[in-house]
Design a binder for this molecule. Structure first.
Ligand SMILES: C=C(O[C@@H]1C=C(C(=O)O)C=C[C@H]1O)C(=O)O
Length: 629
């Protein structure tokens, strides 16, 4: 029988979790559409920034309690909210402009897998429309196909965050009869794509669209191989798939359609490489009041000085916000410019209508290229207080508490992780001696890690112990008895131990807090749980977050004693792992074992066993085997 790889069960768990995440996201998306339906009769915008900030502030704080950092949570939820806002807008838009058919013809640049193809899919999938793909060989052909009625829509890139405006498209827009009916901004993750068996070091030619070359110019200059321009990314991928020692620069999703694999990612000069695409159609659309609208204007001002400033002040005077201004030469009129303006306004709004009337008075030519839903969803910015607010810095929430961190903090010791939900055994000889080797070996057969007690020793003796532990593959624990011994112990030991006396010595606790080694903090019999947590707090406040609470056992004659209620209390009040240190006696193992099992049920994370040389080796083996059953 083939043995299962240790990764397999973990990966199965991740796969199952991912599946749940997807199901939850799908449920959230459905609810967001319900929200849209409920908003239908109101004229308020879809986007509710107050609701988004409240939601993000709460999520950032809840995420922190689960150990997730604020930036990560807000990035994730921006993507989720963006999807939700765009879906709601698309729903309103389709209510307002019902589609005639559910299957539409879309013209875009290139073949399957080009960036325009991917953008077309994401735009129309949001509208639940099925696509007949009509890949074209040039921008001009896209417009022609739509103008002649073979395609219902054309999707065309207009600007990119790395390479700027696409001049050719601006020039074509000057002459088209089509209307802009939509936009979509897509992230463009350029990768080096290689055919099966290809290697980065063997590339002689790189195929890419000129725009892609421009967006990755820095990387390509470094790569320094022959570069060949292609009419589209799809053509680049298809050429790379057929040419030995070549590569294409395109997207991973596209590459998969051509059997190409990723050799390097994130090639663009700008870390945020995004392209805005326009969607063009023969008939203009109406944008409902709930959806933020953008209007694109084309205008030629008079040539007198200050003409442009005068035209733009019309927008300002009518309270219309301009988001883009681009100028292009007018064909046949040297040194005359045509201006493209994007403004944040609905064409049918009163200020926009007024601005247009004023512009006709001031310009030689003005034309509305289209009014369409604005699909650039800028992230809701949390005020810096919400993001910077870290409960670790708040004086009300103690660092040891479950309010600060909901889950138990796992702490790595050697090859083991204490506090990860499994019951761990840290056992080893209490002192170095001849028997100690024997004990260590027995323990190691059963426990993944063991300890080697190390008291006030000089450097030479510490070094010998550290060497022995290394040979046996055991972590070494050193008891910190004075603050000034910390650097020495830290050099040779893997863990620091603070004995019962340390609770009354803030300087010693603080010294442990400045160390980078995990610290085991033992509760003295006379101290209550809160005193132990207060001492742990001193360590945590110094920076060291790896504190392990330790509940020692006692012995009354034959009877072992362990405060099980204390174990449960500590687990309830703190996220720090709790170790038990029972005082085991090889003569009465059955009782010890019963007690340890009960503590396990009470929530203890593991066992710390310092084994005395007189401990019976056979009994030890028996104990270990029983604990692992
Ligand atoms: C879902 C809503 O609409 C939008 C989307 C939000 C979201 O996905 O959480 C939040 C606020 C709105 O911008 C809503 O108003 O609740």
């Amino acid at each position: 029988m083939t043995q299962e790889h240790p990764l397999d069960p973990i990966r199965r768990q991740i796969t199952a979790l991912d599946r749940q995440l997807l199901e939850l996201l799908a449920q959230r998306r459905e609810l967001s559409l319900d929200v849209a339906r409920t908003k239908a009769d109101v004229t308020k915008p879809v986007r509710d920034s107050d609701r988004e900030s409240a939601l993000l502030t709460r999520l950032v704080s809840e995420g922190r309690q689960l150990g997730l950092d604020g930036q990560y949570v807000s990035r994730l939820f921006h993507a989720i909210i963006e999807d939700s806002v765009l879906r709601q807008q698309a729903w309103f838009q389709s209510q307002h402009n019902p589609a005639v058919t559910e299957r539409i013809n879309v013209a875009y640049l290139g073949a399957k897998g080009s960036y325009s193809y991917l953008a077309s899919h994401s735009y129309f999938e949001r509208r639940a429309l099925e696509l007949n793909e009509l890949g074209q060989s040039s921008f001009n052909a896209i417009l022609d196909t739509v103008e002649q009625g073979q395609a219902d829509y054309g999707v065309i890139p207009i600007e990119n965050t790395s390479s700027g405006s696409i001049n050719e498209v601006f020039d074509l827009l000057q002459h088209t009869n089509l209307h802009i009916v939509g936009e979509t901004t897509e992230s463009i993750p350029h990768c080096v794509l290689l055919p099966e068996g290809g290697a980065l070091s063997e590339i002689k030619t790189v195929f890419a669209h000129p725009q892609v070359h421009a967006q990755c110019s820095r990387y390509l200059a470094e790569l320094n191989v022959h570069q060949e321009y292609c009419a589209s990314s799809a053509e680049a991928m298809s050429k790379a798939a057929q040419t030995p020692n070549s590569a294409a620069i395109a997207s991973e999703r596209g590459g998969a359609l051509y059997g190409l694999h990723v050799a390097k990612r994130d090639l663009a000069n700008q870390p945020r490489n995004e392209t805005r695409f326009l969607v063009l159609a023969r008939k203009p659309v109406d944008v409902p009041p709930q959806v933020p609208a953008k209007t694109t204007l084309l205008m030629a001002t008079g040539q007198q000085p200050g003409a442009l400033v005068e035209a733009l002040s019309v927008l300002r005077d009518n309270g219309v916000n301009m988001t883009k201004l681009e100028s292009r030469p007018i064909h046949g009129n040297p040194w005359e410019e045509m201006f493209y303006l994007d403004v944040q306004a609905n064409l049918h709004s009163q200020p926009m209508q007024q601005a247009l009337r004023d512009l006709t008075r001031l310009t030689r030519f003005v034309k509305v290229l289209g009014c369409y839903p604005c699909e650039t969803v800028l992230p809701t910015e949390l005020d810096s207080h919400a993001l910077a607010h870290d409960p670790r810095l708040s004086d009300e929430t103690p660092l040891h508490s479950r309010t600060h961190k909901a889950r138990t903090s796992p702490i790595r010791i050697g090859h083991q992780q204490l506090g990860d939900g499994s019951f761990r055994i840290l056992a080893g000889p209490a002192h170095h001696s001849m028997e100690a080797n024997e004990i260590a070996r027995t323990v190691k057969e059963y426990a993944g890690a063991a300890l080697w007690g190390s008291h006030d020793q000089d450097e030479a003796s510490l070094r010998t112990h550290a060497k022995l532990c290394q040979q046996l593959g055991l972590p070494l624990v050193g008891e910190l008895t004075a603050a000034e011994r910390r650097p020495l112990l830290s050099e040779y030991c893997d863990l620091l131990l603070l004995g019962p006396g340390a609770l009354n010595e803030p300087a010693l606790l603080a010294a442990a807090g400045q160390d980078q080694r995990p610290v085991i903090l033992i509760r003295p019999e006379q101290a209550d749980g809160q005193a132990l947590l207060d001492a742990a707090e001193i360590i945590l406040q110094q920076g060291n977050q790896q504190v392990i609470l330790c509940e020692p056992g006692q012995r009354e004659g034959d009877r072992p004693r362990l405060d099980l209620a204390m174990v449960a209390w500590l687990k309830q009040h703190s996220h720090l792992p709790v170790l038990l240190a029972p005082d085991c006696d090889s003569q009465h193992l059955a009782l010890d074992l019963a007690l340890i099992q009960a503590a396990k049920t009470a929530g203890a994370d593991g066992l710390l066993l310092a084994i005395q040389p007189q401990f019976d080796a056979a009994a030890l083996a028996q104990l270990m085997a029983a604990l692992y059953r």
